[in-house]
Design a protein around this ligand. Structure first.
Ligand code: FES
Length: 102
């Protein structure tokens, strides 16, 4: 698929997350102190939108039942049950544009 524009750097200030939809797939893009990362937006527990949860450092906490994922690796950090990790995407920044590599 190649490189897809996710938004402007100014759309995603540090500590914030946005959700974008590409070909029916929802992906969250986060700005962690000026470094961007992206992973699947749908929580592998029950499908909540992770971009509607909270972000602390690189850990995203699901707003529904509090599963925690590392948005740099997509790996589950904390949850009482075993649930799947999430897919991640490379993010690059060129000028004021944020791109995902798909
Ligand atoms: S839907 Fe995310 S923890 Fe339940």
């Amino acid at each position: 698929m190649g490189k897809i524009i996710a938004g402007k750097v100014s759309d995603i200030p540090p500590g914030k997350m946005i959700k974008i939809s590409l070909d029916g797939k929802d992906i969250m893009v986060a700005n962690i102190d000026g470094n961007f990362c992206a992973m699947d937006d749908s929580c592998t527990h029950s499908g909540a939108s992770l971009s509607e949860g909270s972000l602390e450092g690189c850990v995203v906490t699901c707003g529904w039942h509090k599963a925690e994922f590392d948005c740099k690796t997509g790996k589950l950090v904390k949850f009482p049950a075993k649930i799947n990790d999430l897919g991640t995407y490379n993010v690059t920044v060129e000028s004021d544009d944020v791109f995902l590599e798909m």
